[in-house]
Design a protein around this ligand. Structure first.
Ligand SMILES: [Zn+2]
Ligand SMILES: [Zn+2]
Length: 388
């Protein structure tokens, strides 16, 4: 009996240990404005183009990184690894295979997978991702049959520069299309330019979004274009190798529910922001909601000098506040406040004269929430000194 108890206890620990190992990690960014905040990465590669991992690994990594949705977006026109596949005929002829390989693992791990691909052309227009495709093969428009019966990457078809056809086909399939790494030095060595081909794409409804962040590059020009032209802001890891310990940039999607169709609807409705390192980039209404949805005033105590305020931050992002002009001159506020992620932060404010008003407004700029190129989010944190 004794040994049985021991076994039961052992089993209990084993099971609880297993279940905690199977809990998906969570990136804490609050749900806002009635939407769910989904964490997504819509740009990555595998061995099926020029990446170094198998498609199922991308799902494992997404699960480990707490992501809700990903898209594997192989280069359609650049697949150097294919020469290593023995059954190249099957692989070469079907661009949908990476998605199909990843699908079962995605279901098992509860990661949403979106069928996508990277239209990989010279600049202009450069590289663009198309998401929510139904058949990627139809976007492989660069080869014309030369009568040899062979076409495609390994064949001897005739190479033609008809990139417009690939975009038309993507749109035909209802795709959401975004311009990748607009400031990539290999394609835009001197300045990040918007070419007339991009105007053509934009005016023909063939560009819905733009990568403002790719890997660890931030493109202020792309950020401004997104604002001016109402393009959805996207961040892509563009991972080719395994995603190790370093944090990838994430597209935050504000969706009505956690589903592929809801992600699609949100992207077409410009409901996104970018989480990159300790920054969030996006429209003011989203950043404002994230900031005030993350912090709560835990306590507010009168001291001999003034007041001690304890601010709790439940999110996985720290907030870097700078004092701005326009604050009550009677109140001395720290020039900088760092509100730590998932912690409480104590802020001391000194008051020179007893306050006549029962409400205190503290005005700051949140320097790491970008509402424009390198432009922080203005916020006012208000307190009532006659009670919270
Ligand atoms: Zn690319
Ligand atoms: Zn890429």
């Amino acid at each position: 009996m004794k040994s049985l108890k021991f076994v039961n206890l052992f089993l209990f620990f084993l099971i609880s240990g297993l279940s905690s190992a199977q809990d998906k990690p969570v990136i804490k960014i609050p749900d806002i404005l009635g939407y769910k905040t989904l964490k997504c990465d819509f740009h990555m590669h595998t061995v099926f183009s020029d990446g170094q991992v198998w498609p199922t690994v991308r799902i494992d990594e997404a699960w480990r990184d707490g992501l809700d949705a990903i898209s594997i977006t192989e280069h359609i026109e650049y697949r150097p690894n294919l020469k290593y596949f023995s059954n190249e005929k099957v692989i070469v002829s079907d661009h949908n295979i990476p998605y199909e390989i990843a699908l079962e693992n995605a279901k098992k791990k509860d990661v949403l997978i979106i069928k996508g691909a990277e239209i990989t052309r010279a600049m202009p227009p450069g590289h663009c991702n198309a998401l929510f495709l139904t058949d990627i093969n139809l976007l492989d428009t660069q080869w014309e049959d030369d009568g040899t019966g062979k076409q495609g990457w390994m064949g001897s078809g005739l190479l033609i520069n008809n990139w417009q056809e690939a975009f038309y086909e993507a749109k035909e399939q209802g795709a959401f299309i975004f311009w990748n790494h607009p400031g990539w030095k290999t394609q835009q060595p001197d300045t990040t330019l918007w070419w007339q081909e991009h105007t053509w794409l934009f005016e023909n409804n063939l560009m819905d979004g733009i990568e403002v962040v790719n890997g660890n590059s931030y493109y202020p020009e792309a950020h401004q274009w997104a604002i001016n032209k109402n393009l959805t802001m996207i961040a892509g890891s563009d991972a080719h190798g395994p995603i190790g310990g370093k944090k990838r940039p994430i597209t935050l999607v504000f969706a009505t529910e956690r589903s592929v169709s809801s992600v699609k609807e949100a992207l077409f409705d410009q409901r996104s922001a970018i989480l990159s390192e300790n920054k969030i980039i996006g429209d003011r209404k989203f950043l404002d909601a994230i900031f005030f949805g993350s912090i709560t005033i835990e306590s507010f105590i009168e001291t001999s000098e003034g007041y001690q305020i304890v601010i709790q931050n439940s999110a996985d992002i720290s907030f870097e506040l700078s004092k701005v002009d326009g604050n009550n001159e009677n109140i001395s506020i720290p020039d900088k406040i760092f509100i730590h992620a998932r912690k409480s932060t104590t802020v001391e404010i000194a008051v020179a004269q007893p306050l006549s008003n029962s409400k205190i407004d503290l005005k700051f700029n949140v320097d790491n929430l970008f509402v424009g190129p390198n432009k922080g989010l203005p916020v006012t944190i208000s307190f009532r000194i006659d009670g919270l």
